[in-house]
Design a protein around this ligand. Sequence first.
Ligand SMILES: NC(=O)c1ccc[n+]([C@@H]2O[C@H](COP(=O)([O-])OP(=O)(O)OC[C@H]3O[C@@H](n4cnc5c(N)ncnc54)[C@H](O)[C@@H]3O)[C@@H](O)[C@H]2O)c1
Length: 360
Amino acid sequence: MSLSPAPVTVSVSLPCRPTVKYDILIQAGLLSTVGERLSSLHKPCRILLLTDDVVEALYADTVTASLSNAGFSVVRHVIPHGEASKSGENLLTLLEKMATEQLTRSDLLVSLGGGVVGDLGGFTAAIYQRGIPFIQIPTTLLAMVDASVGGKTAIDLKAGKNLCDAFHQPLLVICDTNCLNTLPPEIFSDGMAEVIKYAMIRDSVLFDLLKNGSPNMENMIRLCVEDKRTLVEEDETDKGVRQLLNLGHTVGHAIEVCSNFTISHGSAVAMGMVIITRAAVKSDICNGDTLAALLDLLNKYNLPTECPFTVEQLFAVAVSDKKRAGGFITLAVPYDVADTRLVTVPIDALENYIRAGLSE
Ligand SMILES: NC(=O)c1ccc[n+]([C@@H]2O[C@H](COP(=O)([O-])OP(=O)(O)OC[C@H]3O[C@@H](n4cnc5c(N)ncnc54)[C@H](O)[C@@H]3O)[C@@H](O)[C@H]2O)c1
């Protein structure tokens, strides 16, 4: 099969770890070429293909056929869709299956699905036999623009989301934009919250594109991935500028928890961005036009802007945020469109930010 025309390609390389380099490929129709693309990076081996039940029915046969035709031997493992699958129980079941199937360190794990499959697969690959290579094939917008890039992998614990985690960079990321055609509208909108986040953090080109028209998907995903690539290359382990990606997430995670996860991640991040931006306006570090522009964009992409919880409810959860260090927490605070900065505040000041951000 011919592989032309070449897909949009964004390359990630980590200056502090020169052996870690990988490409993110973005194009419609890539799923049927996964095998050929992988064979230029890895010799034929056994592959554990991890997916969820929804994605399996849509795309697993295409990916399996492509891998098999290229000489890879595929063992499929399917988990139920949804956040509850990012669990210790599923992790152990998957590890046991890989051991029973006698996968070795020269074999591969492929995650085909949204961020749940990507995070569980990546974390499993990080710890199985002290780490095996893995490929990300994200099928949601959120996973394409965010979760599949940068090497954060995790499962949830009963005490909270992503509390058991590891950095493990993929060997390759393949984004087939045709997968977006089958996404339910609300799951597409969830991904748009993360896209708007990049625009607010650092990308005025992306902001204008979102504001003025209907962006071409390949181009939009490329801009987001380039933004994330820049931050990850500078700060792989999240000790500095990478924390800008937490814009809307400190309060957003609290909203998810307060709703018992009935409010989706993207919706919660949208509300979280509004709260922190309004608080910045009230503190005179950001002007009202920036908040108005953010609200317009969130409305345009069908994302909620009103939070249903009180300051007391949100602060009680946010106070135990993973991003807290001692008595301080670092917040990503918009100063303007495409200009978000990190501000470290005493944990008690977070309550004031939330209070200011909730009230009109
Ligand atoms: N590792 C990171 O850097 C990072 C970053 C952001 C989010 N995350 C994690 O990502 C997860 C959320 O990811 P998500 O929003 O992709 O959720 P998800 O993986 O639960 O997918 C959402 C739903 O969409 C379905 N789906 C997936 N692809 C589809 C397609 N092409 N067509 C139709 N349905 C499809 C899935 O079956 C699921 O029901 C969270 O666990 C979050 O913590 C990780």
